[in-house]
Each structure stands twice: as C-alpha cells, then as structure tokens.
Design a protein around this ligand. Structure first.
Ligand code: DC
Length: 227
C-alpha cells in the first residue's frame, strides 16, 4: 500500500525544501502542488487576463494542459502545454497570480484529480495548503509547518536573491502578507491545519533542526501502520 505524507502551511515556511530532503532520504515522490497553481497563474498572466476575473480565468482552463516530469536528480519539472516553465513560475508576479486563481473552486477541482492520482500511484510527500484537509484527508502523516511572517519573508528573500531575481526584503514581506491573507481567508479550501496534523513552528530553527524533527515523525510513520 502506498504511503502518503501531507505537508501544509503558509508561504515560505520551508515546506518545499524540507519535503524534497525527506523525499530523498526515504525514497518518496515529492509533489509540489503550489507549482501546479503557479503554472495556471502563469498562463493567466501571459494571456493578459485579470487574476480576479473568475469567468475569464475559468474560460481559459480548457486551454491549459499541465504536465509534470521528474528529472534525473528527482526534481519536479512543470510543463505548460509542453513548455518547461519550472523557472518562470517562481517569479514574484506569478506567485500573486497563483494565489489569486487558487481561490477559485473551478481551478481547485481542475487540479485535484491530478494530485490524487499521483498519490494513488506513488508513495508521496505532497505539500500545499489543503493537502491534509482536502486532497489527501486519509494521509498517514499530516504536518502543518509554520514560522513567523518575518522569518518566512527573510528565507524567501534569500532564496530569490540566490536565484538572481531582483526584489527587496520589503517587497517580499508585502507579497507574503498578501498571500497569507488571501490563502487563509478564501472560502474554497482555505489554509488551515488538518485535524490530527502535527503542528511545527520553525521560527528561529535552522533547516537541519527542522529536518531532524520531521525525519523522526516520518521514520515513525513509515515503520508503523500500513496506511
Ligand atoms: O506553495 P506555493 O507558494 O508555491 O503556492 C503558490 C500559491 O498557490 C499559494 O499562494 C496558494 C496556492 N496553493 C493552494 O491554494 N493550494 C495548494 N495546495 C498549493 C498552493
């Protein structure tokens, strides 16, 4: 039976870095669902459609074909109508579009099936905002990862700077605050901790400390039940 681990939390909490490390250590497939929302957001942005125009966004969905593949290093690559957009979807403008379109129930159900299918066919660690609450409510281990907005903005700024993206700490903090409010207040699958989730606040922790904490939870789960 395949194993499923759900990791939810706000932007910049370290979900993707930690999930990737856990996947590598335990031989799981890492599924980054934020990348799927980002790919939809990118299409909407390129199309010139307002990210709040629900009718406009929904009418674009039939034209969007999302593909995913894993490269030789096990890194998830995103394909938009066959084009590899893995780098472009990380741009700050796309983050805001992803957050806006992810509030639309039609966009959520468009991606839900793909997410569930991946977990049916593989043992996964999947991260996002609604994995433990909606996508994989029966996941054997659910973790809600958080950190203070200041810590999250600092980490995200550093990540963007290393990638050569031009931005400022103030802009990153503003974008994170916008997305926090958007992702938590929406009616469709808002960000919240699932029932039974282990809540981890990583404020002030090093990456290694958070990794060790999560590793021991994962180890216990993988050694335990057969869910
Ligand atoms: O994880 P991320 O920052 O790459 O996600 C981009 C946006 O997508 C985020 O602001 C909210 C949305 N999202 C979501 O609504 N549900 C998910 N499971 C994952 C992401």
């Amino acid at each position: 039976m395949n194993k499923s681990i759900a990791i939810d939390g706000p932007s910049g909490a370290g979900k993707s870095t930690l999930s990737r490390m856990i996947a590598k250590r335990y031989g799981l497939i890492y599924v980054d669902t934020g990348a799927m929302y980002r790919t939809v957001g990118l299409y909407v942005l390129r199309n010139g459609t307002d990210s709040h125009d629900r009718g406009g966004v929904v009418s674009l969905l039939p034209d969007i074909h999302i593909g995913m593949r894993y490269d030789s290093a096990g890194v998830q690559r995103m394909l938009l109508n066959g084009e590899d957009v893995s780098e472009e979807i990380r741009l700050p403008a796309v983050s805001l579009y992803a957050s806006d379109v992810s509030a639309m129930p039609e966009v959520r159900s468009f991606l839900l099936q793909m997410q569930r299918k991946l977990a049916e066919e593989n043992s996964v660690i999947m991260d996002g905002r609604d994995i433990g609450t909606v996508v994989l409510p029966h996941a054997g281990l659910k973790i809600f990862l958080s950190a203070s907005p200041e810590d999250r903005a600092r980490r995200r700024y550093e990540e963007l700077r290393l990638k050569g993206v031009e931005t400022t700490p103030e802009d990153v903090f503003r974008d994170i605050s916008y997305r926090d409010a958007n992702d938590s207040s929406r009616a469709a699958a808002p960000l919240r901790a699932a029932e039974g989730a282990v809540i981890l606040d990583t404020t002030g922790n090093t990456l290694e400390e958070s990794f060790e904490t999560i590793s021991s939870l994962v180890q216990e789960y993988l050694n335990g039940g057969d869910e």
